[in-house]
Design a protein around this ligand. Structure first.
Ligand code: DP6
Length: 324
């Protein structure tokens, strides 16, 4: 056994959204999704196996975690071992951006944890196997094992081997994602709970299932042609359909706030003025704007002055998992 593993993973933003599962136990997505891994949102995780420990320890951003957060990490380490007995570990993780605020920290978090823990326990895993493992923690995490542009197909109930697959490296397309943060507070509804409620109660769930694969195809083909307008339009349509299906759940799952709408108005205004800019939101109120590298400074400036925006970051396509 190696005893120690360290991994750095970047978060990713879905250009075609994953929302809802076809198998909750295996955490298999009901729809295909396509993402871009982002260099600006980074999680660093160290796992040290310590036979002297009676329980796993998890520190996030310098703060010792308890309850549910530690349980999630322990369950993940159990999954890595397929339920076989294992020694406990000390897991130390750091996000270089706000955790649990809809900025995809679970994606980079579980991707880094998958790679660092496999290394620490001396388990030899391929990137595809790590992607399938990370998917159990958070399906979007499966995509963060790879850099650049990545696809996670829809799952087949009962098939736990589903992994993401890389489409194009980070240097395939010089786009930017301008991240406009509208709050630093933690989000209200965890994406897992939001998905469950949408699947079970939303009258628009079937409509989402029907339209999501088409958006994923359009995005995949648009990325292959480097067609920003096609990708941007399909990304916005996928985003709106996802949020509409969630909003129609009972009670409503609503991540969009007033400040989100103000930021969306700003993106529309940019387009009216002739700048190619398209917006997406995840399980939180922040707005992420896809644009060409040459327009990033203008888009960032426009978003910075939108009402309610507290911070703006510009990200470009980033690398896959890095282990040491
Ligand atoms: C809206 O991957 O966080 O960001 O698998 O339940 O952990 P779980 O969900 P998670 O959901 C991400 C949803 C999304 C869209 C996306 O990233 O595709």
């Amino acid at each position: 056994m190696n005893g120690r593993g360290f991994a750095v993973a970047c978060a990713n933003i879905a250009l075609a959204k994953y929302w809802g599962k076809c198998d909750e136990a295996l955490n298999l997505p009901a729809v295909p999704s396509v993402s871009v891994t982002l260099d600006a949102l980074v999680t660093e995780t160290e796992v040290v196996v310590d036979p002297a420990l009676a329980a796993d320890l998890f520190t996030l951003g310098g703060v010792a975690q308890d309850g549910g957060a530690v349980r999630k990490v322990s369950e993940f380490l159990d999954l890595l071992h397929g339920g076989a007995p294992r020694e406990c570990a000390r897991v130390t993780s750091h996000n270089r951006f706000p955790s649990s605020s809809g900025l995809a920290s679970s994606a980079s978090g579980f991707a880094a944890l998958a790679a660092a823990s496999a290394r620490a326990y001396g388990l030899d895993r391929t990137t595809a196997e790590l992607s399938a493992l990370a998917r159990r923690g958070s399906a979007s995490a499966a995509r963060s094992l790879y850099g650049g542009f990545v696809e996670l197909p829809a799952g087949t109930p009962g098939d736990g081997s589903l992994a993401a697959r890389p489409l194009h490296d980070a240097d395939w397309w010089d786009v930017r994602v301008v991240i406009a943060m509208v709050t630093k507070a933690p989000k209200d509804i965890a994406s897992r709970d939001g998905m469950r409620r949408t699947t079970r109660t939303s009258p628009y769930w079937d409509a989402w299932l029907a339209c999501a694969p088409g958006y994923a195809r359009t995005v995949r083909e648009g990325v292959a042609r480097r067609d920003l307008e096609a990708v941007g339009a399909a990304m916005e349509a996928s985003t709106c359909a996802m949020h509409a299906s969630a909003w129609a759940a009972v009670p409503a799952v609503r991540y969009i706030r007033g400040v989100t709408l103000d930021a969306l108005d700003r993106v529309e205004a940019l387009r009216r003025e002739g700048t190619g800019a398209w917006a997406t939101m995840d399980a939180g109120p922040h707005v992420k704007v896809l644009c060409a590298a040459a327009d990033a400074a203008r888009v960032a400036e426009a978003m910075r002055s939108a009402p309610g925006v507290v911070d703006v970051r510009v990200a470009k396509p980033g690398p896959g998992i890095v282990e040491t």
